[in-house]
Design a protein around this ligand. Structure first.
Ligand code: N01
Length: 550
């Protein structure tokens, strides 16, 4: 794994600094934002808490971490030369390769000289008088900028365990979201893992062959489909490069920006059982997210969805030899796709290994973490290593951790007390000149993140160019446009099955977090059209103004 070259080597700004634009986060969003700003001749600086670029792929180094979107689809499209020069080795790239890609991009576009690593933004406040943002780092630096872009990521604020006794364990405690850079040797160890989302499932599958005993503490079983990962066929690469313009355009106008999903028209309820089975089987064999797009109504009609639930349940029963374990692994309380589906490499199969034990926390809840392991209602599990794979305070967590204040000192966290509200997931009324990249209210996590990042970065860049040309200094969402958009986001979500699960999309995984469906489910292509129409219509729903101080 390449250690981020120049990590921490970015020029440290003076105790105070002034830029046109401050960008928070050096993941794929922040990196591209910086590149665009430079290209427009604006002074921009990125602040990044980690010691290198890559965001999600910098932090999540747990064993088996791998993207669940086809590699060539999950990559920047803005530079044809970059696409031509970069060779993905597998259908779904693993974390080390994704991090290498991020570092390659940083090198190629010479990004590091404008990034301050190991620097966390703790506060950002808008000054009504000057029309500028005042941004504070954890090193006590103060930065002033007219524009502020929060490229803070949707899944970057890892949850901390709220289980009784957490902290008392005297063995090795690990978290998938902050896995040690140098790796960990788990061979022969007694390992317990809490959490069976994507992070947990990828970790379990990868470490199961090496560890001594593996105890999986499962609260909610997850739908998981085979990735059928393999070395990338050179023919796929050639085809992609030969047709990249067409494919990229298809991605941009599609529902989720992933061509491999290939949604099929028609109802699951209106075809014969044989045809339905054939379609499900073909998609299971293809692997990845395409299974959920087998029929149009799988995401909206519970009866149609139940047919897919039954199909997956039978797959699990067919793979897992112990019938009792199989039943415990079958999700039975929520629709397929209402929680993020996991794309795995042999997950259910690991339960056929003698050293892997499933503990169903619904039957035997955890009572406490002890100095030597985990105590459930049934007994004690003695462990050498305890792994938390318990997820993230998604979409709002990273922003909540910064003291963000807009007009009149209003706190963003207070404004979002009842759930996040934004206009287009791009801006928040009362917070002028602060942009969010893939914020709540945009397709973000329900789409190909790379594509949605590019769309937002390009929209923001075009907007700043327009404002500059017109000598407009301030852009701000109106409360009316924001309210209308939030109502639309909720209305579209209400027409789906997403509300029928306790997912992180709804904030349901964080105690006390308001239950609000955060991403926009109306489709990435439709959403892009809306953003473009807003810009073409003189930034409808935004108030543009010229301040005295410029
Ligand atoms: O987190 P999660 P994640 N006691 O929230 C359990 C992306 N991602 O990091 O469901 C016991 O999905 C919790 O149980 P429950 C992807 O979008 C992508 O795995 O709340 N258990 C759940 O099982 C993904 O969806 C990739 O009942 C507790 C698990 O912990 C998102 O990140 C890879 C608990 C958390 O699952 C988040 O995935 C990794 C407790 N107190 C991540 N608290 C790929 O690209 C929580 N849990 C493949």
């Amino acid at each position: 794994m390449p250690e981020a070259k120049g990590a921490g080597a970015g020029e440290k700004p003076a105790k105070t600094a002034t830029y046109d634009i401050v960008i928070v986060g050096a993941g794929f969003a922040g990196m591209y934002m910086l590149h665009k700003m430079r290209g427009m001749g604006l002074s921009a600086h990125v602040y990044e808490a980690g010691s290198g670029v890559g965001g999600t792929w910098f932090w999540n180094r747990y064993p088996g971490a791998r993207v669940d979107v086809e590699s060539q689809e999950y990559s920047y499209s803005f530079s044809p030369e970059l696409e031509e020069d970069w060779h993905w080795s597998e259908r779904y790239a693993a974390q080390p390769e994704l991090l290498k890609y991020a570092n390659h991009v940083a090198d190629r576009f010479d990004l590091r000289r404008d990034i301050s690593f190991n620097t966390r933004i703790t506060a950002a406040s808008y000054d009504d008088h000057t029309g500028l943002w005042r941004i504070i780092t954890d090193h006590g630096e103060t930065i002033t900028a007219r524009f502020c872009v929060m490229a803070t990521g949707c899944l970057s604020a890892a949850k901390t365990p709220d289980i009784p006794g957490a902290g008392s364990f005297t063995g090795l405690t690990l978290s998938t979201a902050t896995w040690p850079t140098e790796g960990v040797d788990l061979s022969g160890k007694r390992v317990g893992i809490i959490g069976t989302g994507s992070s947990g499932i990828q970790t379990i599958t990868t470490i199961a062959p090496d560890v001594g005993e593996l105890y999986v503490f499962q609260r909610t079983p997850n739908f998981s489909v085979p990735a059928h990962n393999h070395p990338l066929d050179p023919a796929v690469r050639e085809d992609w490069l030969a047709n990249r313009e067409t494919y990229r355009q298809q991605q941009r106008t599609s529902g989720v920006g992933i061509l491999a999903v290939s949604p099929r028209e028609g109802s699951a309820l209106e075809v014969s059982p044989e045809e339905r089975e054939r379609e499900f089987e073909a998609r299971w064999a293809k692997g990845g997210f395409c299974l959920g797009a087998a029929f149009q109504d799988v995401g909206t009609d519970r009866a149609a969805n139940d047919l897919l639930v039954d199909f997956v349940a039978n797959k699990i029963r067919g793979i897992v030899k112990d019938p009792d374990t199989a039943e415990k692994l079958i999700p039975a309380t929520y629709p397929y796709g209402a929680k993020r589906v996991v794309v795995d490499t042999g997950y259910f199969e690991v339960y056929n290994q003698d050293n892997v034990h499933l503990i169903d926390l619904n039957e035997t809840p955890i009572e406490t973490i002890t100095p030597t392991g985990i105590r459930t209602r049934e007994g004690d599990y003695e462990l050498d290593v305890l792994i938390y794979a318990i997820g993230f305070d998604a979409m709002t967590g990273a922003l909540d951790r910064i003291d963000i204040r807009g007009r009149d000192g209003q706190r963003l966290s207070e404004k979002w007390n009842a759930g996040p509200v934004t206009y287009l997931g791009l801006m928040v009324a009362g917070f002028p000149n602060m942009f969010l990249v893939t914020g709540p209210g945009s397709p973000s996590v329900l789409s190909n993140m790379l594509m949605s990042i590019e769309q937002h970065v390009e929209w923001i860049s075009d907007c700043l160019r327009d404002l500059g040309e017109r000598q407009v200094t301030t852009i701000e969402a109106t409360p009316e446009a924001e309210a209308e958009w939030v109502a639309h986001v909720n209305e579209v979500a209400a027409g789906t099955l997403y509300l029928q699960a306790n997912s992180w999309y709804l904030g349901a995984n964080v105690p006390g977090k308001p239950r609000v469906f955060m991403p926009y489910v109306g489709g990435a292509g439709t959403y892009r059209e809306k953003c473009d129409a807003v810009a073409a219509n003189d930034y409808e729903g935004f108030r543009l103004s010229r301040s005295e101080t410029r």
